[in-house]
Ligand binder design. Structure first.
Ligand code: BTN
Length: 286
């Protein structure tokens, strides 16, 4: 049996052939299998003097983690599971902006590479036709209110056969292969995502983030819709459920929801369901 840290250079070399960044991809580490690329990346980051840009990719995960304590089903040979280590000079309260940036990068890459009109569902879901095809999970270490190290974990259902998913997920999940009708090259798609991350991360770190916000709004399916939010964290409430119209996001990436009382609530974390039977989205009417 190969040790967990077995590095398959051919795979990493192939990735380096399709992508070379100034920041992202400073090192690319490939593992045939690991518990979770986020956990492994944090371990690697702790031992590295300059962890920014290191990418940890695994073919399979035995303990793939999703948001809100959920599992991320991670079988071998079909999907993308990877984590990028970042050290942005941002206050910890701006963490949601990293998710926003990553969502723009992943959706842009999927659109460019497959032609599918993937969309973002705030905060971290990658959707196609209302079904989830990817997700983003951030783990952070902070020091005195500043971000010390971020593990930006990305999972994309690329060639996953839906029959292999647990029954309760089959109706709400999809894969790129399922939607395009053909096998998608994982390495080339990964190269595309890393290139988009490099592009949007630089914009996130620049003085003018307008381009990033505008692109997020263009690729998002949440704004203008009636939404139901569970597990909400907001300025006034630690947890619970609310519903209202998603009106926009603020400069820290929080979702602004207009409640039926007329008040506007800013939500920093939660699980969004877009209410059914609302007719076409405001975007479709444009
Ligand atoms: C979600 O939508 O709940 C987030 C899913 C994130 C999954 C990825 S796969 C790579 C990285 N390692 C993990 O354990 N999780 C993330």
């Amino acid at each position: 049996m190969k040790p967990e840290t077995y590095n398959k250079p051919l795979f990493a070399e192939e990735i380096k052939e399709v992508f070379r960044g100034e920041i992202i991809g400073s090192d690319i580490i490939f593992l045939e299998s690991t518990t979770s690329t986020n956990d492994k990346a944090i371990e690697i980051g702790r031992q590295s003097k300059n962890p920014e840009g290191i990418v940890v990719v695994a073919d399979a995960q035995s303990n793939g983690r999703g948001r809100l304590g959920r599992r991320w089903i991670s079988p071998p040979g079909c999907n993308l599971y990877f984590t990028v280590l970042l050290r942005p000079p941002l206050p910890a309260k701006e963490l949601p902006l990293i998710v926003l940036m990553a969502a723009v990068a992943v959706v842009s890459a999927i659109r460019k590479y497959t032609g599918l009109k993937a969309e973002i569902k705030w905060p971290n879901d990658i959707m196609f036709n209302g079904k989830k095809t990817g997700g983003i999970l951030l783990d952070m270490r902070s020091d005195a209110g500043r971000i010390d190290l971020i593990a930006l974990g990305i999972g994309i259902n690329v060639n996953q056969s839906l029959d292999l998913l647990p029954e309760d997920l089959r109706g709400s999940a999809t894969s790129l292969k399922r939607e395009t009708g053909s096998e998608v090259d994982r390495i080339r798609l990964l190269g595309e995502v890393l290139a988009e991350l490099e592009h949007w991360y630089k914009i996130l770190l620049s003085d003018d983030k307008t381009l990033l916000f505008n692109e997020w709004l263009r690729l998002d399916s949440t704004i203008g819709r009636k939404v139901i939010l569970e597990g909400v964290s907001s300025s006034t409430r630690a947890s619970g459920g609310i519903s209202g119209i998603a009106e926009g996001i603020d400069s820290q990436g929080r979702l602004l929801v207009r409640l039926s009382s007329g008040s506007l609530k800013s939500v920093s974390a939660g699980d969004v369901t877009i209410a059914k039977n609302q007719g076409p989205s405001p975007k479709e009417l444009r």
